[in-house]
Design a protein around this ligand. Structure first.
Ligand SMILES: [Zn+2]
Ligand SMILES: [Zn+2]
Length: 100
């Protein structure tokens, strides 16, 4: 089977002759593998899609991570931005208690 390819988005296309399919940049006119597929028809190329604007509202209203040395925004439903910060803060509290 050869010549199987399809557009992924404006800047990428996939060669379906592989498992899993290889993603190639739109600047490549053919698959890296010799004798494999060519870039799909330019006419089928998807429109360029503006990246979705970052939701500023959710950032400004978000709580900061509860770990004092971290300035990331906490995840929804959590006091921390990550599991790592949660663990670090737990360790820190543990230490503080024993130092006092
Ligand atoms: Zn290929
Ligand atoms: Zn954090």
């Amino acid at each position: 089977m050869k010549g199987q390819s399809c557009w992924k988005d404006h800047d990428h296309w996939s060669c379906l002759g592989h498992v899993p399919p290889i993603t190639l940049p739109a600047s490549s006119h053919r698959c890296w593998m010799a004798g494999c597929s060519k870039r799909p028809d330019e006419a089928l190329r998807p429109e360029y899609v503006e990246p979705a604007p970052i939701a500023i509202v959710s950032i400004s209203s978000g709580e900061r991570c509860a770990y004092p040395e971290c300035s990331n925004i906490a995840r929804d439903g959590s006091k921390y931005c990550s599991r790592q910060c949660s663990n670090r803060n737990a360790r820190k509290r543990h230490k503080d208690r024993h130092a006092a």
